[in-house]
Structures are given as C-alpha cells and as structure tokens.
Design a binder for this molecule. Structure first.
Ligand SMILES: [Zn+2]
Length: 122
C-alpha cells in the first residue's frame, strides 16, 4: 500500500472553469474564453489575456456550447451584459475558424508568409 512514488502530481494545480453552455467543469486549457472587449462588445478572447470578466465554453464543442449558452443566456449572465450586446454569430464564426485551424491535417488555406526584403538602403 505504500504506493507513493516521487511523482509530483498535483491534480488541482490546473485551474478549472465551468462552461457557460453545457455547465461542465473542465481545465482552462480545454475551454475558450469569451471576454468583454472594448466598447462593451463581447469577443472571443483567444489568448485568454483580456482583463476583466470572462466566460468560458468548451473548445472542442464550442459551437454547440455557444448555442447552449445563448439559449440559457449563460454568457450575458456571466459577463453581466445585456443579451443584445452579444454577437452570437460572430462568436460562433470566430470559434469555428479557430477549431478548423487547430485541427491537424488541414491544409492551411490563405496567404503564406511573405518574404520581406531586408532593410533597404536609402
Ligand atoms: Zn461546454
């Protein structure tokens, strides 16, 4: 029974947040943050660095959870804003783009990195 190796596992080191859609509790890394942007807008806070109040939805099922959050007004309640302030379509768009971007195997569509000429002499 003395099964304590020197593994330094700390289960509650990872901050856990509740999804505003399905109400599941998950580690922050599995969630997308929705935050109040400037001028009272609600944005998808991808780097999760925006100051102030934030709400969370599951990253892998973001579209479903955003829809659920909309139905139960989870975002507006958590962020303490009017439901009309929240651009649900815009959030779903950003989340959808993010998810398709993150999925492996998908060919990156878009403009590749452009080569910039080194500092030109004047
Ligand atoms: Zn969820």
């Amino acid at each position: 029974m003395g099964d304590r190796g020197d593994s330094s596992e700390r289960p509650d080191r990872v901050p856990v947040r509740t999804c505003a859609g399905c109400r599941r509790r998950r580690p922050k890394g599995e969630l997308l943050r929705v935050a109040l942007g400037g001028e009272g807008t609600v944005i998808l806070d991808v780097p999760a660095r925006a100051p102030g109040r934030g709400a969370y939805v599951c990253r892998d099922t973001a579209l479903e959870c955003l829809r659920a959050a909309r139905r139960r007004r989870g975002l507006s309640r958590t962020l303490r804003v009017g439901e009309n302030v929240i651009d649900h379509e815009g959030l779903a768009d950003s989340a959808g783009a993010l998810i398709s971007q993150a999925s492996p195997g998908g060919a990156p569509s878009g403009i590749g990195p452009q080569e910039e000429p080194p500092s030109r002499p004047r």
